[in-house]
Ligand binder design. Structure first.
Ligand code: SF4
Length: 87
């Protein structure tokens, strides 16, 4: 079975939107289970991002991260000074 490598050096212009999502999804899927945010907390974080003015096309302008990827890491925090993910 062929293992696909993630290209960290690609620019967004090199990728189409479906490709970007699938690349982000691959990165999320590659996070070890013990480091991954539980589904309920993941959805809660993304719900906050959806209401946030800093969300632009899936990217947080505060840090430049894809929010779906950032939210998927258990120990990651919202980069806003107020840490909007704080319960
Ligand atoms: S500032 Fe926080 S809540 Fe807003 S989009 Fe970025 S990660 Fe999400």
């Amino acid at each position: 079975m062929e293992t696909k490598k993630i290209c960290y050096k690609c620019l967004l212009e090199d990728l189409d939107e479906k490709k970007i999502y699938s690349t982000v999804k691959e990165m999320i899927d590659s996070i070890p289970e013990n480091e991954k945010t539980p589904e309920e907390e993941y959805r809660r974080r993304l719900g906050i991002c959806r209401e946030c003015d800093s969300l632009i096309s899936g990217t947080c302008v505060k840090c430049g991260c894809y929010v779906e990827l950032r939210a998927a890491g258990r120990t990651r925090t919202c980069p806003d000074v107020k840490n909007k993910w704080e319960p």
